[in-house]
Design a protein around this ligand. Structure first.
Ligand SMILES: Nc1nc2c(ncn2[C@@H]2O[C@@H]3COP(=O)(O)O[C@H]4[C@@H](O)[C@H](n5cnc6c(=O)[nH]c(N)nc65)O[C@@H]4COP(=O)(O)O[C@H]3[C@H]2O)c(=O)[nH]1
Length: 713
């Protein structure tokens, strides 16, 4: 008996231990009979139902939750499992009796038969409420992200590196055009452009192996054959314990349009829109590269400066479109004759520049090779070009020639701009040779260039520092009075001494420096007239000043000159503005308008070098002038050349008829003077009387001469 009691006590202890163990498990564990009544409940479930295990025995869930539908579901579910007699995993919800919240459970339901062979079921449940909530949040975020990506036009991909499986969103499929996706990495690779495959694989590898950010652009070929540019970015989201990437996600954007736009912008910045050849900017860059290359290779190269001869004539006769066609044809011809590493660029207008690379290490050989190519280009350009002129119904075979200047470069030549200037200088020579010619730059030209550059620098400094003086050449009337003078500029250079206009006036015209110089002359003349106002012998003198073409065509010329005269308060009628016939003829209407304005203000106007241009009575009539100056070339031979005499006579008659003063320039001898006198000339200027004189000398000559004449008369 004692034995049995001990045995029972032991058994009780074992059961109590078992119960303690089951109650210690923080998940609900319970058993039900066929009717769905609890036959065993651990503390965890009782806690959920806000009761004790003892209170739950014999009752159903509904008793505690009040949720009948749920209770019915539990009952049917466990009965089904008991019937099938197979353990099952069930995801189910129940209600927290304390809070009324829905709780989610993952329950393992195992049917068994008790010692009475009755069907029962034991349920081991796991509370997954928190995990479910997290999962739901994650799913909602993923859904939101998916929407955002779809809306923003981003394709999304998700790559599992172990299996090489790839998943895409619909936007990715829309971008790539890959509709029936195999969802594999190989499929993505198959659509990469062959040129970019290596680049993409290297970038992905760098991401996977070394976590280097994957953010690249590349091309893909869509199934419809269309090539697209994409911008692809990705990140590793999961790695194994060795740090190897397992899961990579990324987004892709179609950037084809942006790429095309960028390409267009780049093209416009570096290529000529008409001929599609490199433009000036790209040429300069290529030339620098060519020179760098020469330094390494030791092989010399050449620059050819090509200018089409009288291209303007084509534009003028057949319109600009014809000119465009010719430029395109010429550029293609030149391009065809060059090697791949050479360059032909459109420099501007009808100018092309060619860079020839790798000619020869020996400069003579390099020159010979450059000449052969230049000649070939010249000959090819001169072949007829079929042009469709807008004003003609049929094609015309237009022939044009080209002048080419060549400069060579080797590793010693450093300045790309100078190289172009030298070729340009040689081109200038080719033009001067009568066009349709190839000319090499030579050192004499170099000298001219350096001289030109130095002259420009010096002349600018002379303007700033006013290194100019005026000399005055008297003009005499028939009674030998000095009635006027021509103011003639001299450059009083500190380094070169006194320089005459022949050394700098044309150059000043070319460089526009004549504008400040011209203003300086007018200002000086006005200052002089102002100073002479108080000196009886000088106060009525008239001063002639030369006005250059550039001055006349400058928009503020009339206003500027009026301002100067006003500033020094001199009478404009004391200033005779000498304009050459050629200036007037360039644009008669505009010249007449300007001359009228000046004359209306009171200036006197003189037509200089008269007879050397295409003088015609017709235009003379319409000119607002006061004086004609017979050019000294006619005066010079008046005594020996019958035709010059006729010319001078005619001009003097013209003057008389139009009531103009006529000045004979370059009178050097008594005979010339007398002949002119007999022909009725009013005014005389020349070495016979006086050379142009510095101010003081001129003033004393006027004082002596006019005083003497005054006494003798
Ligand atoms: N052989 C010979 N020559 C004579 C004789 N009498 C005068 N001359 C020269 O003939 C030139 C007359 O000036 P131009 O025809 O206006 O020709 C001027 C004019 O076109 C230009 N020039 C001079 N000063 C100025 C100026 O201030 N502004 C502008 N724009 N041009 C000027 O330079 C040209 C040359 O000026 P210059 O050297 O001073 O040369 C002056 C003068 O020295 C003569 O009997 N025999």
């Amino acid at each position: 008996m004692e034995e049995l009691r001990k045995e029972l006590a032991k058994e009780k202890e074992k059961n109590a231990l078992l119960l303690d163990i089951i109650n210690a498990i923080p998940e609900p564990i319970f058993a039900k009979n066929w009717q769905g009544h609890f036959i065993f409940v651990n503390k965890m479930l009782a806690k959920l139902y806000n009761t004790t295990p003892e209170m739950m025995i014999g009752k159903e869930d509904t008793f505690f939750t009040g949720n009948k539908a749920q209770g019915q579901f539990f009952k049917e579910n466990v009965q089904g499992i008991m019937r099938r007699f197979e353990a099952e995993n069930v995801y189910e919800d129940t209600t927290d009796a304390k809070t009324g919240n829905i709780l989610h459970f993952h329950s393992l339901k195992i049917p068994f038969k008790n010692h009475k062979e009755e069907l029962n079921i034991v349920v081991i449940a796991k509370d997954i409420t928190e995990i479910t909530a997290l999962k739901n949040t994650a799913e909602a975020s993923a859904k939101r992200l998916k929407h955002v990506l779809e809306v923003s036009g981003e394709g999304m991909w998700d790559w599992h590196t172990q299996t090489n499986a790839v998943f895409h969103n619909s936007e990715w499929e829309r971008i790539t055009g890959i509709k029936h996706s195999e969802n594999s990495f190989a499929e993505f690779q198959n659509h990469l452009c062959s040129e970019d495959k290596l680049h993409v694989n290297q970038a992905l590898n760098a991401l996977i192996e070394h976590n280097i950010p994957y953010d690249i652009e590349f091309r893909m070929t869509r199934p419809d054959g269309k090539e697209i540019w994409v911008w692809d970015r990705g990140q590793v989201v999961e790695r194994d314990s060795n740090g190897k990437a397992l899961w990579v996600v990324g987004i892709m954007q179609d950037v084809t349009q942006a790429k095309h736009d960028q390409a267009k912008i780049n093209f416009m910045a570096f290529y000529d829109a008409l001929t599609h050849m490199p433009n000036r900017s790209l040429l300069e860059d290529r030339l620098k590269q060519a020179m760098e290359h020469t330094k390494r290779s030791g092989l010399g190269g050449a620059v050819l400066f090509i200018d089409l001869d009288q291209f303007k004539a084509l534009n003028d006769s057949y319109g600009h479109q014809s000119g465009d066609q010719l430029l395109i044809a010429v550029s293609k011809r030149i391009h065809k004759l060059l090697k791949a590493e050479d360059t032909v660029a459109r420099f501007g207008g009808d100018e092309f520049v060619v860079i020839l690379n790798d000619l020869d290490a020996n400069s003579v050989n390099a020159a010979l090779k450059a000449e052969v190519i230049a000649e070939e280009i010249r000959k090819n350009i001169s072949l007829p070009v079929a042009i469709k002129a807008s004003n003609l119904s049929t094609l015309i075979d237009y022939k044009i020639t080209a002048s080419i200047g060549i400069s060579l470069f080797n590793k010693e030549v450093k300045d790309a701009n100078q190289l172009l200037q030298l070729a340009d200088l040689a081109l200038y020579q080719a033009k001067a040779n009568g066009r349709d010619d190839c000319v090499f730059f030579d050192p004499i030209m170099q000298k001219e260039l350096s001289y030109t550059l130095e002259l420009e620098k010096d002349l600018k400094a002379a303007i700033d520092e006013e290194h100019f003086v005026l000399h005055y050449q008297p003009q005499y009337d028939r009674q030998q009075n000095i009635v006027s003078a021509e103011a003639l500029i001299r450059w009083d250079s500190p380094s070169k001494g006194l320089l005459y206009p022949i050394h700098f006036i044309d150059f000043a015209e070319e460089t526009n420096l004549i504008l400040p110089i011209g203003n300086w002359v007018i200002t000086q003349a006005c200052q002089q007239l102002q100073r002479w106002k108080s000196q009886p012998i000088l106060q009525d003198l008239q001063l002639s000043v030369n006005i250059s073409a550039k001055q006349v065509w400058h928009k503020s010329f009339v206003n500027d000159i009026i301002d100067i005269v006003k500033k020094y308060q001199v009478s404009p009628s004391q200033l005779m503005l000498e304009i050459t016939e050629s200036v007037v003829l360039k644009d008669l209407t505009e010249s007449v308008a300007k001359m009228n304005q000046l004359r209306d203000f009171g200036f006197k106007m003189s037509l200089d070098d008269f007879g050397t241009g295409y003088s015609s009575l017709g235009y003379l009539k319409s000119l607002p002038i006061d004086e004609l100056k017979i050019d000294k070339s006619f005066v010079n031979d008046i005594t020996v050349d019958e035709s010059d005499l006729i010319m001078v006579k005619a001009i003097l008659d013209l003057g008389k008829n139009f009531k103009l003063n006529v000045v004979s320039e370059g009178v050097e001898t008594q005979t010339q003077r007398d002949m002119l006198y007999d022909l009725g000339c009013n005014l005389y200027q020349g070495y016979y009387y006086s050379k142009p004189l510095p101010l003081e000398n001129f003033v004393s000559v006027v004082q002596n001469t006019n005083a003497l004449v005054a006494i003798s008369s």
